[in-house]
Design a protein around this ligand. Sequence first.
Ligand SMILES: NC(=O)c1ccc[n+]([C@@H]2O[C@H](COP(=O)([O-])OP(=O)(O)OC[C@H]3O[C@@H](n4cnc5c(N)ncnc54)[C@H](OP(=O)(O)O)[C@@H]3O)[C@@H](O)[C@H]2O)c1
Length: 295
Amino acid sequence: MSNPVPAAPRSAAPQFPDHLAAFRLDGARALVTGASRGIGRACAEALADAGCDLAVSARTTAALIDTAATVEQRGRRAVVVPADLSAPTAAGHLIDLAADALGGLDIVVHNAGTLPTSGDTPVMVPFHRSDRTHWDQVVSLNLNATAELCRAAHRHLIASRRASLILMSSVAGVMAAPMMEAYAASKAGQISLARSLAVAWARQGVRVNAVSPGWIRTAMTRHASGTAAVSDWLTSHVPMGRWGEPEEVARAVLFLASPAASLLTGHVLVLDGGVSVPDGGLAGIPKPSSPFTTP
Ligand SMILES: NC(=O)c1ccc[n+]([C@@H]2O[C@H](COP(=O)([O-])OP(=O)(O)OC[C@H]3O[C@@H](n4cnc5c(N)ncnc54)[C@H](OP(=O)(O)O)[C@@H]3O)[C@@H](O)[C@H]2O)c1
C-alpha cells in the first residue's frame, strides 16, 4: 500500500522577533462553534484580542450577534453563521460558509457540545436506566458533528500556513464519569479523533489538539454551580478547590491556536484544577457527603 503522507514536512519552525510575538494571530481567520455563550464566547473574545477575524456559530442568532459585537469592539471583523450542528450535514455546510465569509480558515475551535438534557435540565441517571434517546442526542452533536466538521475543515486548513484545529473535549473524556457515560464516551471519542488527525495531517501543516476542561462555571453547569450542596461537593473533589472560569479555558485555546504552540499536535490539554491527577480526588481529606441519591 502506498504511503499517503508526504516525505517532508510542509514548513519549518516559524521565526519571531521576540517570544511574545509568537502568541499573536494578527489577520488569522478563525471559526468558533458554540460561540453564543460560555467557553465558546470567551474563546472568540480571546482570539479577537490576539488579532483574529471571527466566524461565530451556534443556534441562537441573537446571542451570536452579541458575541460578534464584542469581537468588533476589539477591532476585529465578525460574521455570524447560525447552525444547528445536530443536523447530519450542518457542520460541513457551516465550515464552507465560514470559509467563504472570511476568505479562508486558519483556525477552527469546535466547542459546541451538550450534556444529555430534558428541556434545559441535565439528565444524570445510572447508565442501565438511561435511554437511547439521550445517547443519540449527545453522540450526534458531540461526536458525529465533530467528525463531519473535521472532514470539511481539512480542505480549508491545508491551504493555510498556520492551521490549527482544536476540539473542546472534557476531563470526562480522560477519566471515569458515572451517570455521564454518553457524554464521557463522546468526549473520549473527540480526543481519539484529535490524536489520529494530528498524525494524519501533521505533514500537511495542520495541527490538531484537544482541550479537556474540568468544572467550568457556564450555563451547562448552572444547576451544579448554583446549588450549594452540589457545588461544595464538586469543588471538594477539585485539588484547587474552586470552579474554573470560561476565560481560563479560552487562554489555553489561544495558546494552542497560536504559533507559540508550533510544535504541539496530538495533545490533550487538561484544565481541571488537578481533578485528573492521580490522587487528585484528595484521598484522605474529609469531604461533604454526596448530594446525589444512590441508585
Ligand atoms: N462547563 C463545563 O464544566 C465544561 C467542562 C468540560 C467541557 N465542556 C465543554 O465545553 C463546551 C462548551 O460548553 P459550555 O460549558 O460553554 O456550555 P454552554 O454554555 O451550554 O454552551 C454550549 C454552546 O454550544 C452551543 N450549542 C449547543 N447545542 C448546539 C447545537 N445543536 N448546534 C450548534 N450549537 C450548539 C450553544 O449555543 P446555542 O444554544 O445557541 O446553540 C452554546 O453556544 C462543550 O463542548 C462542553 O462539553 C464544558
